[in-house]
Design a protein around this ligand. Structure first.
Ligand code: NAP
Length: 313
Protein backbone atom coordinates (compact mmCIF):
# COMPACT_ATOMS: atom_id res chain seq x y z
CA UNK A 1 0.00 0.00 0.00
CA UNK A 2 3.07 2.27 0.16
CA UNK A 3 2.26 3.73 -3.25
CA UNK A 4 -1.28 4.81 -2.30
CA UNK A 5 -1.47 8.57 -1.78
CA UNK A 6 -3.22 9.66 1.44
CA UNK A 7 -3.79 13.35 2.15
CA UNK A 8 -3.89 14.30 5.82
CA UNK A 9 -5.93 17.51 6.09
CA UNK A 10 -4.22 18.84 9.21
CA UNK A 11 -1.89 17.98 12.10
CA UNK A 12 -4.47 15.99 14.06
CA UNK A 13 -2.39 13.30 15.79
CA UNK A 14 1.34 12.48 15.77
CA UNK A 15 0.52 8.79 16.32
CA UNK A 16 -1.89 8.70 13.36
CA UNK A 17 0.59 10.61 11.20
CA UNK A 18 3.36 8.15 12.04
CA UNK A 19 1.17 5.08 11.39
CA UNK A 20 -0.14 6.49 8.10
CA UNK A 21 3.41 7.31 7.05
CA UNK A 22 4.45 3.68 7.66
CA UNK A 23 1.70 2.30 5.44
CA UNK A 24 0.93 4.85 2.71
CA UNK A 25 2.45 7.66 0.67
CA UNK A 26 1.49 10.41 3.10
CA UNK A 27 0.91 14.03 2.09
CA UNK A 28 0.77 16.55 4.96
CA UNK A 29 -1.56 19.20 3.49
CA UNK A 30 -0.82 21.80 6.17
CA UNK A 31 2.87 21.80 5.24
CA UNK A 32 2.07 23.18 1.77
CA UNK A 33 1.02 26.83 1.96
CA UNK A 34 0.52 26.91 -1.83
CA UNK A 35 -2.48 24.58 -1.86
CA UNK A 36 -3.36 25.12 -5.53
CA UNK A 37 0.19 24.37 -6.64
CA UNK A 38 0.35 21.32 -4.40
CA UNK A 39 -2.92 19.95 -5.77
CA UNK A 40 -1.85 20.58 -9.38
CA UNK A 41 1.24 18.46 -8.80
CA UNK A 42 -0.18 15.69 -6.62
CA UNK A 43 -3.95 15.43 -7.06
CA UNK A 44 -3.77 12.41 -9.38
CA UNK A 45 -1.97 10.25 -6.85
CA UNK A 46 -4.25 10.99 -3.87
CA UNK A 47 -6.81 8.24 -3.28
CA UNK A 48 -7.77 9.01 0.35
CA UNK A 49 -8.30 12.05 2.56
CA UNK A 50 -8.03 11.92 6.35
CA UNK A 51 -10.01 14.78 7.87
CA UNK A 52 -10.92 15.96 11.36
CA UNK A 53 -12.88 18.64 13.22
CA UNK A 54 -10.90 21.53 11.74
CA UNK A 55 -10.55 20.44 8.11
CA UNK A 56 -12.23 17.68 6.15
CA UNK A 57 -13.21 17.39 2.52
CA UNK A 58 -15.36 20.16 1.11
CA UNK A 59 -16.77 20.23 -2.43
CA UNK A 60 -13.77 22.17 -3.76
CA UNK A 61 -11.20 19.70 -2.40
CA UNK A 62 -13.26 16.69 -3.55
CA UNK A 63 -13.57 18.15 -7.05
CA UNK A 64 -9.84 18.75 -7.22
CA UNK A 65 -8.97 15.11 -6.43
CA UNK A 66 -10.04 12.98 -9.43
CA UNK A 67 -8.69 9.75 -7.89
CA UNK A 68 -10.36 10.19 -4.49
CA UNK A 69 -12.01 6.96 -3.26
CA UNK A 70 -12.44 7.45 0.48
CA UNK A 71 -12.63 10.16 3.15
CA UNK A 72 -11.78 8.77 6.60
CA UNK A 73 -12.57 11.22 9.36
CA UNK A 74 -10.68 11.28 12.64
CA UNK A 75 -13.91 12.42 14.37
CA UNK A 76 -17.48 11.22 14.74
CA UNK A 77 -18.88 14.54 13.51
CA UNK A 78 -19.14 14.82 9.74
CA UNK A 79 -19.82 18.54 9.43
CA UNK A 80 -16.52 19.22 7.62
CA UNK A 81 -17.27 16.69 4.87
CA UNK A 82 -19.55 17.32 1.92
CA UNK A 83 -21.52 14.09 2.26
CA UNK A 84 -23.81 14.80 -0.67
CA UNK A 85 -20.84 15.32 -2.97
CA UNK A 86 -19.27 12.08 -1.72
CA UNK A 87 -22.50 10.15 -2.37
CA UNK A 88 -22.82 11.69 -5.81
CA UNK A 89 -19.26 10.68 -6.75
CA UNK A 90 -19.31 7.24 -5.10
CA UNK A 91 -16.65 8.24 -2.57
CA UNK A 92 -16.77 6.24 0.66
CA UNK A 93 -16.84 8.05 4.04
CA UNK A 94 -15.97 6.72 7.50
CA UNK A 95 -15.88 8.28 10.98
CA UNK A 96 -14.90 7.25 14.53
CA UNK A 97 -18.11 6.55 16.49
CA UNK A 98 -18.38 4.78 19.87
CA UNK A 99 -14.69 4.86 20.85
CA UNK A 100 -15.01 8.51 21.93
CA UNK A 101 -18.48 8.39 23.47
CA UNK A 102 -17.38 7.85 27.09
CA UNK A 103 -14.78 10.61 27.06
CA UNK A 104 -17.17 13.18 25.64
CA UNK A 105 -19.91 12.20 28.10
CA UNK A 106 -17.44 12.33 30.99
CA UNK A 107 -16.37 15.80 29.88
CA UNK A 108 -19.99 17.01 29.69
CA UNK A 109 -20.51 16.00 33.32
CA UNK A 110 -17.17 17.61 34.20
CA UNK A 111 -18.33 20.83 32.54
CA UNK A 112 -21.59 20.81 34.49
CA UNK A 113 -19.77 20.32 37.79
CA UNK A 114 -17.08 22.86 36.92
CA UNK A 115 -19.69 25.45 35.92
CA UNK A 116 -22.08 24.97 38.85
CA UNK A 117 -19.44 24.41 41.53
CA UNK A 118 -17.07 27.01 40.02
CA UNK A 119 -14.17 24.59 40.14
CA UNK A 120 -11.85 26.59 37.88
CA UNK A 121 -12.46 29.76 39.89
CA UNK A 122 -11.93 27.81 43.14
CA UNK A 123 -8.60 26.57 41.80
CA UNK A 124 -7.53 30.13 40.97
CA UNK A 125 -8.68 31.21 44.45
CA UNK A 126 -6.34 28.75 46.13
CA UNK A 127 -3.37 29.41 43.81
CA UNK A 128 -3.59 33.17 44.21
CA UNK A 129 -3.53 32.95 48.01
CA UNK A 130 -7.06 34.42 48.39
CA UNK A 131 -8.16 31.50 50.60
CA UNK A 132 -5.99 32.87 53.40
CA UNK A 133 -8.20 35.98 53.40
CA UNK A 134 -11.49 34.10 53.65
CA UNK A 135 -13.60 31.18 52.42
CA UNK A 136 -14.85 30.91 48.83
CA UNK A 137 -18.49 31.94 48.29
CA UNK A 138 -21.25 29.33 48.07
CA UNK A 139 -22.01 27.75 44.70
CA UNK A 140 -24.86 25.73 43.15
CA UNK A 141 -25.76 22.05 43.61
CA UNK A 142 -25.76 19.64 40.62
CA UNK A 143 -27.39 16.48 42.03
CA UNK A 144 -31.12 16.41 41.36
CA UNK A 145 -31.19 19.24 38.79
CA UNK A 146 -33.28 18.59 35.70
CA UNK A 147 -31.19 17.90 32.61
CA UNK A 148 -32.38 18.44 29.03
CA UNK A 149 -30.39 16.93 26.17
CA UNK A 150 -30.52 17.91 22.50
CA UNK A 151 -29.55 14.71 20.65
CA UNK A 152 -30.05 11.40 22.41
CA UNK A 153 -27.62 9.34 20.32
CA UNK A 154 -24.46 7.62 21.49
CA UNK A 155 -23.07 10.64 23.37
CA UNK A 156 -26.39 12.09 24.53
CA UNK A 157 -27.43 8.70 25.96
CA UNK A 158 -24.07 8.30 27.74
CA UNK A 159 -24.50 11.76 29.29
CA UNK A 160 -28.05 10.85 30.35
CA UNK A 161 -26.84 7.66 32.02
CA UNK A 162 -24.24 9.60 33.98
CA UNK A 163 -26.68 12.38 34.95
CA UNK A 164 -29.16 9.74 36.16
CA UNK A 165 -26.50 8.61 38.66
CA UNK A 166 -26.60 12.20 40.01
CA UNK A 167 -30.37 11.81 40.57
CA UNK A 168 -31.25 14.15 37.70
CA UNK A 169 -34.56 13.85 35.85
CA UNK A 170 -33.75 13.63 32.13
CA UNK A 171 -35.63 14.97 29.13
CA UNK A 172 -34.57 15.32 25.51
CA UNK A 173 -35.26 16.67 22.06
CA UNK A 174 -34.48 14.80 18.83
CA UNK A 175 -36.21 14.77 15.44
CA UNK A 176 -37.87 11.46 16.24
CA UNK A 177 -39.00 10.26 19.68
CA UNK A 178 -36.91 7.31 20.91
CA UNK A 179 -39.46 4.54 21.65
CA UNK A 180 -37.06 2.61 23.91
CA UNK A 181 -36.26 5.62 26.08
CA UNK A 182 -38.01 6.30 29.38
CA UNK A 183 -36.84 9.92 29.39
CA UNK A 184 -39.39 12.66 28.74
CA UNK A 185 -39.50 13.71 25.08
CA UNK A 186 -40.13 17.28 23.94
CA UNK A 187 -40.87 17.76 20.23
CA UNK A 188 -39.10 21.14 20.17
CA UNK A 189 -36.11 22.85 21.77
CA UNK A 190 -38.05 25.73 23.35
CA UNK A 191 -40.21 23.36 25.40
CA UNK A 192 -37.12 21.37 26.40
CA UNK A 193 -35.27 24.55 27.45
CA UNK A 194 -38.30 25.83 29.39
CA UNK A 195 -38.51 22.60 31.35
CA UNK A 196 -34.91 21.94 32.37
CA UNK A 197 -32.25 23.62 34.48
CA UNK A 198 -29.26 22.34 32.53
CA UNK A 199 -29.46 22.18 28.73
CA UNK A 200 -26.85 20.08 26.92
CA UNK A 201 -26.14 20.16 23.17
CA UNK A 202 -25.11 16.69 21.92
CA UNK A 203 -26.46 16.51 18.35
CA UNK A 204 -24.56 16.61 15.03
CA UNK A 205 -23.99 19.98 13.33
CA UNK A 206 -26.19 20.22 10.24
CA UNK A 207 -28.02 23.05 8.48
CA UNK A 208 -30.98 22.22 10.76
CA UNK A 209 -29.03 22.42 14.01
CA UNK A 210 -26.84 25.44 13.20
CA UNK A 211 -27.82 28.11 15.79
CA UNK A 212 -30.28 25.72 17.40
CA UNK A 213 -29.39 27.65 20.55
CA UNK A 214 -30.73 31.11 19.71
CA UNK A 215 -32.09 34.04 21.74
CA UNK A 216 -35.49 32.41 22.22
CA UNK A 217 -33.99 29.16 23.54
CA UNK A 218 -31.58 31.03 25.82
CA UNK A 219 -34.44 33.10 27.24
CA UNK A 220 -36.49 29.92 27.75
CA UNK A 221 -33.60 28.40 29.73
CA UNK A 222 -33.52 31.57 31.81
CA UNK A 223 -31.36 33.39 34.36
CA UNK A 224 -30.82 30.29 36.47
CA UNK A 225 -30.28 27.95 33.53
CA UNK A 226 -26.97 26.49 32.46
CA UNK A 227 -26.00 25.73 28.86
CA UNK A 228 -23.46 22.99 28.16
CA UNK A 229 -22.14 22.62 24.60
CA UNK A 230 -20.06 19.57 23.73
CA UNK A 231 -21.46 19.37 20.18
CA UNK A 232 -20.07 21.95 17.77
CA UNK A 233 -19.58 25.70 18.14
CA UNK A 234 -22.04 26.78 15.42
CA UNK A 235 -24.89 25.10 17.32
CA UNK A 236 -24.91 28.27 19.39
CA UNK A 237 -25.55 31.81 18.19
CA UNK A 238 -22.47 33.06 20.00
CA UNK A 239 -23.19 36.83 20.11
CA UNK A 240 -26.62 35.98 21.58
CA UNK A 241 -25.02 33.71 24.18
CA UNK A 242 -22.46 36.35 25.14
CA UNK A 243 -25.09 39.09 25.55
CA UNK A 244 -27.35 36.78 27.59
CA UNK A 245 -24.47 35.92 29.93
CA UNK A 246 -23.36 39.55 30.24
CA UNK A 247 -26.94 40.75 30.87
CA UNK A 248 -27.69 37.94 33.33
CA UNK A 249 -30.48 36.45 31.16
CA UNK A 250 -28.65 33.09 31.32
CA UNK A 251 -27.20 31.61 34.50
CA UNK A 252 -23.99 30.17 33.07
CA UNK A 253 -22.35 28.13 30.35
CA UNK A 254 -19.83 25.32 30.06
CA UNK A 255 -18.40 25.29 26.55
CA UNK A 256 -16.02 22.84 24.90
CA UNK A 257 -16.64 24.21 21.41
CA UNK A 258 -16.91 27.65 19.81
CA UNK A 259 -18.24 29.15 16.64
CA UNK A 260 -14.85 30.29 15.24
CA UNK A 261 -12.27 28.05 16.92
CA UNK A 262 -9.70 28.77 18.20
CA UNK A 263 -11.18 32.28 18.52
CA UNK A 264 -13.27 32.73 21.66
CA UNK A 265 -15.26 35.93 22.33
CA UNK A 266 -13.13 38.00 24.69
CA UNK A 267 -16.18 39.18 26.66
CA UNK A 268 -16.37 35.62 28.03
CA UNK A 269 -12.90 35.85 29.59
CA UNK A 270 -14.08 38.26 32.27
CA UNK A 271 -17.16 36.25 33.30
CA UNK A 272 -17.11 33.97 36.37
CA UNK A 273 -20.21 32.03 35.26
CA UNK A 274 -18.54 30.32 32.30
CA UNK A 275 -16.08 27.47 31.90
CA UNK A 276 -14.17 27.47 28.61
CA UNK A 277 -12.40 24.43 27.20
CA UNK A 278 -10.33 24.17 23.98
CA UNK A 279 -12.42 21.47 22.19
CA UNK A 280 -11.05 18.53 24.18
CA UNK A 281 -14.12 16.26 24.34
CA UNK A 282 -12.31 13.20 23.02
CA UNK A 283 -8.79 14.36 23.81
CA UNK A 284 -7.37 11.56 25.94
CA UNK A 285 -4.42 9.42 24.86
CA UNK A 286 -6.50 6.25 25.00
CA UNK A 287 -9.40 7.58 22.93
CA UNK A 288 -7.34 9.47 20.37
CA UNK A 289 -5.24 6.35 19.73
CA UNK A 290 -8.42 4.27 19.35
CA UNK A 291 -9.75 6.87 16.88
CA UNK A 292 -6.47 6.75 14.93
CA UNK A 293 -6.61 2.94 14.83
CA UNK A 294 -10.14 3.17 13.40
CA UNK A 295 -9.01 5.58 10.68
CA UNK A 296 -6.17 3.22 9.72
CA UNK A 297 -8.43 0.16 9.94
CA UNK A 298 -10.96 1.78 7.62
CA UNK A 299 -8.32 2.79 5.06
CA UNK A 300 -6.73 -0.66 5.09
CA UNK A 301 -10.13 -2.34 4.76
CA UNK A 302 -11.00 -0.11 1.81
CA UNK A 303 -7.77 -0.71 -0.09
CA UNK A 304 -7.87 -4.46 0.63
CA UNK A 305 -11.48 -4.48 -0.66
CA UNK A 306 -12.84 -5.64 2.72
CA UNK A 307 -15.94 -4.25 4.48
CA UNK A 308 -15.33 -0.86 6.11
CA UNK A 309 -15.27 -0.88 9.93
CA UNK A 310 -17.41 2.25 10.46
CA UNK A 311 -18.97 3.28 7.15
CA UNK A 312 -21.12 6.40 6.83
CA UNK A 313 -21.38 6.56 3.04
P1 NAP B 1 -25.26 10.07 17.10
O1 NAP B 1 -25.13 8.79 17.85
O2 NAP B 1 -25.45 10.03 15.63
O3 NAP B 1 -26.48 10.87 17.76
C1 NAP B 1 -27.00 12.02 17.24
C2 NAP B 1 -28.30 12.37 17.95
O4 NAP B 1 -28.71 13.68 17.53
C3 NAP B 1 -29.46 11.41 17.64
O5 NAP B 1 -30.20 11.18 18.79
C4 NAP B 1 -30.28 12.20 16.62
O6 NAP B 1 -31.66 11.81 16.73
C5 NAP B 1 -30.05 13.64 17.08
N1 NAP B 1 -30.24 14.61 16.01
C6 NAP B 1 -29.79 14.56 14.73
N2 NAP B 1 -30.23 15.63 14.05
C7 NAP B 1 -30.97 16.35 14.91
C8 NAP B 1 -31.71 17.56 14.78
N3 NAP B 1 -31.81 18.21 13.61
N4 NAP B 1 -32.35 18.03 15.87
C9 NAP B 1 -32.30 17.37 17.04
N5 NAP B 1 -31.63 16.21 17.23
C10 NAP B 1 -30.97 15.72 16.16
O7 NAP B 1 -23.99 11.02 17.33
P2 NAP B 1 -22.97 10.99 18.57
O8 NAP B 1 -21.93 9.96 18.37
O9 NAP B 1 -23.76 10.98 19.83
O10 NAP B 1 -22.26 12.43 18.34
C11 NAP B 1 -23.02 13.62 18.41
C12 NAP B 1 -22.16 14.82 18.03
O11 NAP B 1 -21.26 15.13 19.09
C13 NAP B 1 -21.23 14.63 16.83
O12 NAP B 1 -21.89 14.81 15.60
C14 NAP B 1 -20.16 15.69 17.06
O13 NAP B 1 -20.44 16.88 16.35
C15 NAP B 1 -20.22 15.94 18.56
N6 NAP B 1 -18.93 15.56 19.19
C16 NAP B 1 -18.20 16.49 19.85
C17 NAP B 1 -16.99 16.14 20.44
C18 NAP B 1 -16.15 17.14 21.18
O14 NAP B 1 -14.94 16.98 21.20
N7 NAP B 1 -16.72 18.14 21.81
C19 NAP B 1 -16.53 14.83 20.33
C20 NAP B 1 -17.30 13.89 19.66
C21 NAP B 1 -18.50 14.27 19.09
P3 NAP B 1 -32.68 12.01 15.50
O15 NAP B 1 -32.01 11.42 14.28
O16 NAP B 1 -33.94 11.31 15.91
O17 NAP B 1 -32.90 13.48 15.39
Amino acid sequence: MEAIGVLMAGPMSPYLEQELDKRFKLFRFWKFPQKTEFLKENSNSIRAVVGYTTAGADAQLIDSLPGLEIVASYSVGLDKIDLEKCKEKGIRVTNTPDVLTEDVADLAIGLILATLRKMCECDRYVRSGLWKKGDFRLTTKFSGKSVGIIGLGRIGSAIAKRAEAFGCPISYFTRSEKPDSEYKYYPNVIDLASNCQILIVACPLTSETCHIINREVINALGPKGILINIGRGPHVDEPELVSALVEGRLGGAGLDVFEHEPEVPEQLFGLDNVVLLPHVGSATVETRNAMADLVIGNLEAHFLKKPLLTPVV
